[in-house]
Design a protein around this ligand. Structure first.
Ligand SMILES: Nc1ncnc2c1ncn2[C@@H]1O[C@H](COP(=O)(O)OP(=O)(O)OP(=O)(O)O)[C@@H](O)[C@H]1O
Length: 348
């Protein structure tokens, strides 16, 4: 026979590597219930980033601590996401990660597509929403030209590629409409994309990755106001101009109290396929220095690799050096989303 207090004592040995204390002291063990008849212990943990390496490992260690007590463990995870489920536009989506950049062409859509494919590859249920009104190209990057299906009750079912449900402004925008007309349409189209799409196929999504339009103008603000973003990723390149723009992007999120998960540097070192040499074409370490200066986590560097553009599939799914770099970025990012949730949970 074990009491919840005895279980709690055992769980004091499980550390949260990011928050630097044990999960009991941090308040991340929400509930413990022992059912002697069913020989089961139910533990509810305050974890919010499913499939992130750190939270997977915390859950694994919790299991280890209960293994050998003669009880089965029934583990659940839940956090207060700071959003009222009644009021949110996407109640079935646990995390909404927005990918932003201060200016165009730095590889924001590439990063968004790889983040989504990488999260699905970890086992998560993922949606990818291409909100880039000015140049929606996510379906192409995911290697699909499927259109959404319309069901009898007039909801849209997103096409799926690499385990990711995809919706794009491209599906709804009239291609002949000049970009300048698109701004005012954004709100209407966005509303449709939230309300009329069956995300998660009647179930839920662990993550929705949103590819925001480049820049920090009204369109981006409208989007931030209409969706509860749980974390933002800022993409930059090593050039100083891109870094200045990234700074503006961060300020925009700051004003909206959106947690910034960190900075990723794209088009870093070029690994020459012919000579094997490494060349820092745009300089090096700019993103990391910028992250340090702004006190933001550095999420990783993605090399400049022609395969990123030419490959039919997101490069994260490959098994070369570029794939490892992108995987590292995906894992760090989702870990940082977990930190945001656990920190909030722990301070309550
Ligand atoms: N690391 C990389 N190595 C090589 N090519 C890349 C890399 N990242 C992006 N590209 C290529 O650069 C181009 C621009 O990338 P992408 O469309 O992702 O940028 P963006 O910031 O989303 O642009 P937009 O301003 O259109 O939103 C694409 O052709 C893409 O394939």
């Amino acid at each position: 026979m074990m009491t919840p207090d005895e279980i709690r004592e055992r769980l004091r040995a499980v550390e949260d590597p990011h928050l630097g204390d044990d999960i009991v002291s941090l308040g991340l063990v929400r509930e413990i219930a022992v059912d002697d008849e069913a020989e089961t212990v139910q533990v509810t943990l305050g974890l919010g980033a499913p499939y992130s390496p750190t939270e997977t490992s915390i859950a694994g260690r919790v299991r280890d601590k209960i293994d050998g007590t003669g009880y089965d463990i029934d583990l659940t995870a839940t956090v207060d996401r700071g959003v009222d489920p009644e009021e949110t536009v996407l109640p079935n989506v646990k995390n909404i990660i927005a990918v932003a950049s201060g200016k165009g062409g730095v590889g924001k859509s590439t990063v968004a597509a790889n983040l989504a494919a990488g999260l699905a590859d970890l086992g998560a249920r993922v949606g990818l929403f291409d909100a880039d009104v000015y140049g929606p190209n996510v379906p192409q990057m995911m290697g699909t030209d499927d259109q959404p299906q319309i069901t009898e009750d007039e909801t849209m079912l997103p096409p799926v590629a690499h385990g990711v449900e995809i919706m794009s402004m491209e599906f709804l925008l009239d291609e002949s409409a000049p970009a300048i007309w698109r701004g005012p349409m954004v709100h209407k189209v966005l509303t449709q994309l939230w309300e009329d799409v069956d995300w998660g196929r009647g179930g839920h999504l662990d993550y929705m990755v949103v590819d925001l339009p480049p820049g920090t103008g009204d369109t981006q603000l409208t989007m931030l106001q209409s969706i509860p973003v749980s974390g933002a990723v800022i993409v930059t390149t090593p050039q100083s101009v891109a870094l200045d723009d990234a700074q503006r992007g961060m300020e925009m999120f700051g004003e909206h109290e959106t947690p910034v998960l960190g900075i990723v540097e794209n088009m870093s070192t070029f690994v020459c396929p012919d000579c094997g040499g490494r060349h820092d074409i745009f300089g090096s370490g700019g993103g990391e220095t910028f992250a340090e200066e702004t006190d933001m986590p550095f999420l990783g560097s993605i090399p400049l690799d022609p395969a990123v553009r030419t490959s039919e599939n997101p490069v994260v799914l490959g098994n070369d050096e570029t794939a490892s770099a992108v995987t590292e970025f995906v894992e760090t990012t989702v870990d940082m989303q977990g930190v945001v949730h656990r920190r909030r949970e722990s301070s309550q």
